[in-house]
Design a protein around this ligand. Sequence first.
Ligand code: IMP
Ligand code: MG
Length: 175
Amino acid sequence: MEQDLDRILYSESTILSRLDEIGWQLSQDYKGKNLTVVAIMNGSIMFMSDLLKRIIIPLQIDCWSISSYHGSKSTGNIKFRQHDIVDVKDRHVLLLDDILDSGLTLHTIKNKILAESNASSVKSCVLLSKKVKRIKDIEADYVGFEIENEFVVGYGLDYNEHYRNLPYIAVLKTL
Ligand code: IMP
Ligand code: MG
């Protein structure tokens, strides 16, 4: 796999140090609130598991599998793979996603929860945020790292479902 990579952007220890900070911040911000963490699968699998260990207040979790039809670009055509999603009425929802790019994914999911669930609040936390012009006017409330407009893989992030198991985040060689 390594031969497909251009360079490592963030080592596992760098990622975990940053998650220490975000976990501490979330523990402060959601103290005394009914928190439900909703992770968007599969991209946030490692991010979720490492971040949750660093949030030291009571919370509930749910994982949502969505399929979006990307090709080379986001289309915003997001479909939920499961019928039943956890009840978040009167709860504070924190969405976790691997990366914010065009904003179509986060925008669609956030609006769906706001419209359909009677949640007390809906915020988002992404591991990576690309410095690009968004198609949808949305920013994450918590961001691990801001990155340039490069395609990255590892630590949950994929290219055609490959590389998710790398323990670090790397830039893929341009094909
Ligand atoms: P958005 O809807 O354009 O904001 O894209 C979000 C989704 O696109 C993420 O959840 C990823 O699945 C995928 N994505 C965007 N950029 C990258 C990248 O650099 N590497 C891997 N996946 C990416
Ligand atoms: Mg993906």
